[in-house]
Design a protein around this ligand. Structure first.
Ligand code: NAP
Length: 338
Protein backbone atom coordinates (compact mmCIF):
# COMPACT_ATOMS: atom_id res chain seq x y z
CA UNK A 1 0.00 0.00 0.00
CA UNK A 2 1.02 3.63 -0.40
CA UNK A 3 1.95 5.61 2.67
CA UNK A 4 3.83 8.72 3.74
CA UNK A 5 7.00 7.73 5.59
CA UNK A 6 9.43 9.60 7.84
CA UNK A 7 12.91 8.11 7.48
CA UNK A 8 14.77 11.04 9.08
CA UNK A 9 13.39 13.49 11.65
CA UNK A 10 13.10 17.03 10.30
CA UNK A 11 11.01 19.20 8.00
CA UNK A 12 7.79 18.24 6.15
CA UNK A 13 9.71 18.05 2.86
CA UNK A 14 11.59 15.02 4.21
CA UNK A 15 8.38 12.97 4.32
CA UNK A 16 8.29 10.62 1.32
CA UNK A 17 5.33 8.77 -0.19
CA UNK A 18 6.18 5.18 -1.11
CA UNK A 19 4.95 1.59 -1.23
CA UNK A 20 5.21 -0.17 2.12
CA UNK A 21 4.21 -3.64 3.32
CA UNK A 22 0.84 -4.03 5.00
CA UNK A 23 0.49 -5.50 8.47
CA UNK A 24 -0.54 -9.07 7.65
CA UNK A 25 -1.40 -10.18 11.18
CA UNK A 26 -3.74 -8.21 13.43
CA UNK A 27 -2.66 -8.24 17.08
CA UNK A 28 -5.38 -8.69 19.71
CA UNK A 29 -7.47 -5.57 20.24
CA UNK A 30 -6.58 -4.01 16.89
CA UNK A 31 -8.48 -3.09 13.75
CA UNK A 32 -7.52 -2.30 10.15
CA UNK A 33 -9.08 0.77 8.56
CA UNK A 34 -9.09 1.87 4.92
CA UNK A 35 -8.39 5.58 5.33
CA UNK A 36 -10.60 8.02 3.42
CA UNK A 37 -9.29 11.37 4.65
CA UNK A 38 -6.69 12.35 7.23
CA UNK A 39 -6.28 15.73 8.93
CA UNK A 40 -3.03 17.58 9.60
CA UNK A 41 -2.59 18.55 13.24
CA UNK A 42 0.14 20.78 14.60
CA UNK A 43 1.57 17.93 16.74
CA UNK A 44 2.22 15.95 13.51
CA UNK A 45 4.90 18.53 12.72
CA UNK A 46 6.41 18.08 16.17
CA UNK A 47 6.47 14.29 15.79
CA UNK A 48 8.09 14.55 12.34
CA UNK A 49 10.74 16.88 13.83
CA UNK A 50 11.04 14.63 16.95
CA UNK A 51 10.26 17.57 19.24
CA UNK A 52 6.98 16.12 20.61
CA UNK A 53 6.67 14.92 24.22
CA UNK A 54 6.79 11.29 23.03
CA UNK A 55 9.36 10.23 20.40
CA UNK A 56 8.28 7.85 17.60
CA UNK A 57 11.04 5.47 16.40
CA UNK A 58 12.08 5.68 12.72
CA UNK A 59 10.85 4.85 10.18
CA UNK A 60 7.20 5.73 10.82
CA UNK A 61 4.06 6.80 9.00
CA UNK A 62 2.87 10.19 10.34
CA UNK A 63 -0.74 11.36 10.62
CA UNK A 64 -2.79 11.20 13.81
CA UNK A 65 -6.42 11.71 12.79
CA UNK A 66 -8.54 10.16 10.05
CA UNK A 67 -11.90 8.96 8.81
CA UNK A 68 -12.35 5.66 7.04
CA UNK A 69 -13.98 2.24 6.86
CA UNK A 70 -13.12 -0.72 9.07
CA UNK A 71 -11.90 -3.56 6.82
CA UNK A 72 -10.65 -6.07 9.42
CA UNK A 73 -10.83 -6.58 13.16
CA UNK A 74 -9.01 -8.94 15.50
CA UNK A 75 -11.32 -11.63 16.92
CA UNK A 76 -11.51 -9.99 20.38
CA UNK A 77 -12.63 -6.55 19.11
CA UNK A 78 -16.20 -5.62 20.01
CA UNK A 79 -16.58 -1.86 19.66
CA UNK A 80 -16.39 -1.76 15.84
CA UNK A 81 -17.22 -4.16 13.02
CA UNK A 82 -16.09 -4.64 9.43
CA UNK A 83 -17.88 -2.07 7.27
CA UNK A 84 -18.28 0.54 10.01
CA UNK A 85 -17.55 4.16 9.10
CA UNK A 86 -15.25 5.46 11.81
CA UNK A 87 -12.97 8.25 12.86
CA UNK A 88 -9.76 7.57 14.68
CA UNK A 89 -7.27 9.54 16.73
CA UNK A 90 -3.86 8.02 17.20
CA UNK A 91 -0.20 8.97 17.50
CA UNK A 92 0.85 8.16 13.91
CA UNK A 93 -0.05 5.98 10.92
CA UNK A 94 -2.92 7.92 9.32
CA UNK A 95 -1.24 9.29 6.17
CA UNK A 96 -1.60 5.93 4.42
CA UNK A 97 -4.12 3.93 2.45
CA UNK A 98 -4.57 1.67 5.45
CA UNK A 99 -3.83 1.99 9.12
CA UNK A 100 -3.81 -0.63 11.87
CA UNK A 101 -4.41 0.57 15.42
CA UNK A 102 -5.97 -0.27 18.78
CA UNK A 103 -9.73 -0.48 18.18
CA UNK A 104 -10.51 1.60 21.29
CA UNK A 105 -9.08 4.58 19.39
CA UNK A 106 -11.96 4.34 16.88
CA UNK A 107 -15.39 5.95 17.17
CA UNK A 108 -18.29 4.99 14.92
CA UNK A 109 -19.45 7.93 12.84
CA UNK A 110 -22.95 9.33 13.18
CA UNK A 111 -24.93 8.84 9.93
CA UNK A 112 -24.74 11.52 7.29
CA UNK A 113 -21.38 13.05 8.20
CA UNK A 114 -19.14 13.87 5.27
CA UNK A 115 -15.79 11.97 5.26
CA UNK A 116 -13.76 15.14 5.15
CA UNK A 117 -15.64 16.90 7.95
CA UNK A 118 -15.37 13.71 9.98
CA UNK A 119 -11.59 13.63 9.54
CA UNK A 120 -11.39 17.25 10.71
CA UNK A 121 -13.35 16.69 13.91
CA UNK A 122 -11.78 14.26 16.36
CA UNK A 123 -8.78 16.16 17.74
CA UNK A 124 -9.71 19.82 17.58
CA UNK A 125 -13.39 19.58 18.50
CA UNK A 126 -12.98 17.21 21.43
CA UNK A 127 -10.05 19.32 22.71
CA UNK A 128 -11.99 22.58 22.46
CA UNK A 129 -15.13 21.10 23.95
CA UNK A 130 -13.16 19.93 26.98
CA UNK A 131 -11.44 23.33 27.16
CA UNK A 132 -14.74 25.22 27.18
CA UNK A 133 -17.03 22.77 28.99
CA UNK A 134 -14.83 20.63 31.25
CA UNK A 135 -12.28 23.27 32.26
CA UNK A 136 -13.71 26.76 31.61
CA UNK A 137 -17.31 25.85 32.59
CA UNK A 138 -18.65 28.41 30.07
CA UNK A 139 -22.17 29.74 30.37
CA UNK A 140 -24.28 31.18 27.55
CA UNK A 141 -23.80 34.82 28.60
CA UNK A 142 -19.99 34.55 28.80
CA UNK A 143 -17.54 36.45 26.62
CA UNK A 144 -15.08 33.86 25.27
CA UNK A 145 -11.81 35.10 23.74
CA UNK A 146 -10.27 32.66 21.25
CA UNK A 147 -6.63 33.25 20.28
CA UNK A 148 -5.37 31.96 16.91
CA UNK A 149 -9.07 31.92 16.01
CA UNK A 150 -8.68 30.81 12.38
CA UNK A 151 -6.41 27.84 13.12
CA UNK A 152 -7.61 24.26 13.55
CA UNK A 153 -8.16 24.61 17.29
CA UNK A 154 -9.24 28.24 16.98
CA UNK A 155 -12.05 27.73 14.47
CA UNK A 156 -13.28 24.65 16.31
CA UNK A 157 -13.39 26.73 19.50
CA UNK A 158 -15.34 29.50 17.76
CA UNK A 159 -17.80 26.97 16.33
CA UNK A 160 -18.37 25.27 19.70
CA UNK A 161 -18.57 28.49 21.70
CA UNK A 162 -21.18 29.84 19.26
CA UNK A 163 -23.13 26.56 19.49
CA UNK A 164 -23.06 26.92 23.29
CA UNK A 165 -24.60 30.38 22.94
CA UNK A 166 -21.63 32.36 24.25
CA UNK A 167 -20.39 35.68 22.91
CA UNK A 168 -17.17 35.08 20.97
CA UNK A 169 -14.30 37.50 20.52
CA UNK A 170 -11.94 36.04 17.91
CA UNK A 171 -8.29 37.18 17.88
CA UNK A 172 -5.93 36.40 15.00
CA UNK A 173 -3.09 37.90 12.97
CA UNK A 174 -4.76 38.97 9.70
CA UNK A 175 -7.98 40.40 8.33
CA UNK A 176 -8.46 37.32 6.14
CA UNK A 177 -8.34 35.07 9.22
CA UNK A 178 -10.69 37.33 11.18
CA UNK A 179 -13.23 37.33 8.34
CA UNK A 180 -13.34 33.53 8.51
CA UNK A 181 -13.86 33.68 12.29
CA UNK A 182 -16.72 36.17 11.80
CA UNK A 183 -18.28 33.86 9.20
CA UNK A 184 -18.10 31.09 11.81
CA UNK A 185 -20.14 33.24 14.18
CA UNK A 186 -17.65 35.37 16.14
CA UNK A 187 -19.39 38.54 17.33
CA UNK A 188 -16.23 40.64 17.60
CA UNK A 189 -12.67 40.38 16.28
CA UNK A 190 -9.26 41.79 17.15
CA UNK A 191 -6.18 41.70 14.95
CA UNK A 192 -3.39 41.15 17.48
CA UNK A 193 -0.74 41.84 14.87
CA UNK A 194 -1.89 45.46 14.56
CA UNK A 195 -4.09 46.26 17.61
CA UNK A 196 -3.57 46.42 21.38
CA UNK A 197 -5.15 43.10 22.40
CA UNK A 198 -5.70 43.87 26.11
CA UNK A 199 -7.22 47.30 25.40
CA UNK A 200 -9.51 46.02 22.65
CA UNK A 201 -10.78 43.04 24.70
CA UNK A 202 -11.68 45.42 27.54
CA UNK A 203 -13.34 47.89 25.18
CA UNK A 204 -15.43 45.17 23.53
CA UNK A 205 -16.40 43.15 26.62
CA UNK A 206 -16.82 46.01 29.10
CA UNK A 207 -16.15 44.17 32.38
CA UNK A 208 -13.44 42.00 30.80
CA UNK A 209 -13.54 38.55 29.22
CA UNK A 210 -14.94 35.58 31.14
CA UNK A 211 -12.78 32.98 29.37
CA UNK A 212 -9.63 32.92 27.23
CA UNK A 213 -8.84 29.82 25.16
CA UNK A 214 -5.18 29.89 24.15
CA UNK A 215 -3.63 27.51 21.57
CA UNK A 216 -0.92 30.06 20.64
CA UNK A 217 1.10 31.27 23.68
CA UNK A 218 3.66 34.04 23.09
CA UNK A 219 2.95 37.70 23.87
CA UNK A 220 -0.84 37.43 23.31
CA UNK A 221 -1.10 35.24 26.41
CA UNK A 222 -0.28 37.84 29.07
CA UNK A 223 -2.20 40.55 27.21
CA UNK A 224 -5.38 38.48 27.13
CA UNK A 225 -4.90 37.26 30.71
CA UNK A 226 -4.75 40.92 31.80
CA UNK A 227 -8.06 41.49 29.98
CA UNK A 228 -9.94 38.80 31.96
CA UNK A 229 -12.56 39.99 34.43
CA UNK A 230 -12.12 39.20 38.14
CA UNK A 231 -12.66 35.43 38.56
CA UNK A 232 -12.19 34.68 34.83
CA UNK A 233 -10.75 31.42 33.47
CA UNK A 234 -7.72 31.02 31.21
CA UNK A 235 -7.33 27.67 29.44
CA UNK A 236 -3.91 26.80 28.03
CA UNK A 237 -4.29 24.50 25.01
CA UNK A 238 -0.99 24.85 23.15
CA UNK A 239 1.95 26.97 22.05
CA UNK A 240 1.74 27.25 18.25
CA UNK A 241 3.85 30.43 18.41
CA UNK A 242 6.72 28.32 19.76
CA UNK A 243 6.95 30.54 22.85
CA UNK A 244 5.79 29.25 26.24
CA UNK A 245 4.67 32.35 28.17
CA UNK A 246 5.98 33.14 31.66
CA UNK A 247 3.12 34.72 33.58
CA UNK A 248 3.60 37.05 36.60
CA UNK A 249 1.61 35.28 39.36
CA UNK A 250 0.60 38.57 40.96
CA UNK A 251 -2.03 38.75 38.18
CA UNK A 252 -3.64 35.58 39.54
CA UNK A 253 -3.72 37.09 43.03
CA UNK A 254 -5.03 40.48 41.93
CA UNK A 255 -7.67 39.16 39.53
CA UNK A 256 -8.73 35.92 41.21
CA UNK A 257 -8.39 34.17 37.84
CA UNK A 258 -7.99 30.45 37.28
CA UNK A 259 -5.26 29.37 34.86
CA UNK A 260 -5.72 25.80 33.75
CA UNK A 261 -4.78 23.48 30.90
CA UNK A 262 -4.79 19.83 29.84
CA UNK A 263 -3.79 17.35 27.16
CA UNK A 264 -6.60 15.78 25.18
CA UNK A 265 -4.48 12.64 24.82
CA UNK A 266 -4.68 11.85 28.56
CA UNK A 267 -7.96 13.40 29.65
CA UNK A 268 -9.95 10.14 29.62
CA UNK A 269 -7.46 8.68 32.09
CA UNK A 270 -7.37 11.71 34.38
CA UNK A 271 -11.07 12.58 34.38
CA UNK A 272 -12.91 9.27 33.86
CA UNK A 273 -16.02 10.61 35.61
CA UNK A 274 -16.69 13.53 33.24
CA UNK A 275 -14.51 13.30 30.13
CA UNK A 276 -16.38 10.44 28.39
CA UNK A 277 -19.71 12.19 29.05
CA UNK A 278 -18.46 15.47 27.63
CA UNK A 279 -16.91 13.68 24.67
CA UNK A 280 -20.28 12.10 23.91
CA UNK A 281 -21.89 15.55 24.08
CA UNK A 282 -19.64 17.01 21.39
CA UNK A 283 -20.30 14.05 19.09
CA UNK A 284 -24.00 14.64 19.64
CA UNK A 285 -23.60 18.28 18.60
CA UNK A 286 -21.90 17.07 15.39
CA UNK A 287 -24.54 14.43 14.70
CA UNK A 288 -27.35 16.95 15.11
CA UNK A 289 -25.75 19.41 12.71
CA UNK A 290 -24.93 22.10 15.27
CA UNK A 291 -21.19 21.99 14.51
CA UNK A 292 -19.55 22.47 11.14
CA UNK A 293 -15.80 21.67 10.89
CA UNK A 294 -14.25 23.99 8.34
CA UNK A 295 -11.83 22.63 5.74
CA UNK A 296 -9.10 25.04 4.67
CA UNK A 297 -7.40 22.87 2.04
CA UNK A 298 -7.35 19.33 0.68
CA UNK A 299 -4.27 17.60 -0.76
CA UNK A 300 -3.80 14.15 -2.30
CA UNK A 301 -1.55 11.71 -0.41
CA UNK A 302 1.31 12.39 -2.84
CA UNK A 303 1.28 16.06 -1.70
CA UNK A 304 1.38 15.34 2.02
CA UNK A 305 4.51 17.48 2.47
CA UNK A 306 2.68 20.50 1.04
CA UNK A 307 -0.25 19.88 3.39
CA UNK A 308 2.13 19.80 6.36
CA UNK A 309 3.92 22.92 5.10
CA UNK A 310 0.61 24.89 5.05
CA UNK A 311 0.30 24.36 8.78
CA UNK A 312 4.00 24.85 9.53
CA UNK A 313 4.00 28.22 7.75
CA UNK A 314 0.97 29.60 9.67
CA UNK A 315 -1.06 29.79 6.45
CA UNK A 316 -3.74 27.24 7.33
CA UNK A 317 -7.27 28.49 7.89
CA UNK A 318 -9.36 25.73 9.48
CA UNK A 319 -8.28 22.14 8.93
CA UNK A 320 -5.89 20.98 6.22
CA UNK A 321 -6.71 17.50 4.94
CA UNK A 322 -5.00 14.73 3.04
CA UNK A 323 -7.56 12.95 0.86
CA UNK A 324 -6.18 9.44 0.91
CA UNK A 325 -9.15 7.99 -0.95
CA UNK A 326 -7.95 9.86 -4.03
CA UNK A 327 -5.45 6.97 -4.22
CA UNK A 328 -6.60 3.38 -4.83
CA UNK A 329 -8.32 2.10 -1.68
CA UNK A 330 -6.83 -0.99 -0.12
CA UNK A 331 -8.87 -4.17 -0.33
CA UNK A 332 -9.68 -6.13 2.83
CA UNK A 333 -7.45 -9.08 3.65
CA UNK A 334 -8.30 -11.99 5.90
CA UNK A 335 -7.85 -11.77 9.64
CA UNK A 336 -5.16 -14.14 10.80
CA UNK A 337 -4.66 -15.40 14.31
CA UNK A 338 -1.58 -13.76 15.86
N1 NAP B 1 -3.93 20.44 24.57
C1 NAP B 1 -4.20 19.56 23.63
O1 NAP B 1 -4.60 18.43 23.89
C2 NAP B 1 -4.03 19.95 22.20
C3 NAP B 1 -4.78 19.33 21.18
C4 NAP B 1 -4.60 19.76 19.86
C5 NAP B 1 -3.69 20.77 19.57
N2 NAP B 1 -2.96 21.33 20.59
C6 NAP B 1 -2.01 22.40 20.34
O2 NAP B 1 -2.73 23.56 19.97
C7 NAP B 1 -1.87 24.39 19.17
C8 NAP B 1 -2.63 24.83 17.93
O3 NAP B 1 -2.92 23.71 17.13
P1 NAP B 1 -3.73 23.90 15.77
O4 NAP B 1 -3.98 22.55 15.23
O5 NAP B 1 -4.85 24.85 15.97
O6 NAP B 1 -2.63 24.62 14.88
P2 NAP B 1 -2.88 25.59 13.62
O7 NAP B 1 -4.07 25.16 12.85
O8 NAP B 1 -1.56 25.67 12.94
O9 NAP B 1 -3.23 27.00 14.29
C9 NAP B 1 -2.33 27.63 15.16
C10 NAP B 1 -2.53 29.12 15.11
O10 NAP B 1 -1.52 29.69 15.94
C11 NAP B 1 -1.14 30.95 15.43
N3 NAP B 1 0.32 31.10 15.37
C12 NAP B 1 1.03 32.06 15.95
N4 NAP B 1 2.34 31.92 15.73
C13 NAP B 1 2.47 30.83 14.96
C14 NAP B 1 3.59 30.18 14.39
N5 NAP B 1 4.82 30.64 14.59
N6 NAP B 1 3.37 29.07 13.65
C15 NAP B 1 2.12 28.58 13.49
N7 NAP B 1 1.02 29.17 14.01
C16 NAP B 1 1.18 30.28 14.74
C17 NAP B 1 -1.73 31.08 14.03
O11 NAP B 1 -2.77 32.05 14.11
P3 NAP B 1 -2.46 33.58 13.85
O12 NAP B 1 -1.67 33.68 12.59
O13 NAP B 1 -3.81 34.15 13.76
O14 NAP B 1 -1.68 34.04 15.07
C18 NAP B 1 -2.34 29.73 13.72
O15 NAP B 1 -3.58 29.83 13.04
C19 NAP B 1 -0.62 23.57 18.88
O16 NAP B 1 0.40 23.97 19.78
C20 NAP B 1 -1.05 22.15 19.20
O17 NAP B 1 0.04 21.33 19.58
C21 NAP B 1 -3.13 20.94 21.87
Amino acid sequence: MRAAVVHTYGEPEGVVVEEIDRHVVLAPGTARVAVRAAAVNYPDLLRIADTYQVSIPLPFVPGSEFSGTVVDVAPDVGNVRVGDAVIGVTTHGAFAEETVLEAWRLTRLPAGIDWRQAAAFGVTYTTCYHALRTFAHVRPDNWVVVLGAAGGIGLAAVDIAVAMGTRVLAAASSEEKLAVARAAGAEATVNYATEDLKKRIKEITGAGADVVLDPVGGPAAEQSLRALRWGGRYVVVGFASGEIPRIPLNLVLLKGVVITGFENRTIMTHLPEVAPKHRAEVFDLLATGRLRPRIGGVYPLDDVARALREVADRRAIGKILVDVAASPVATPIAVEEP
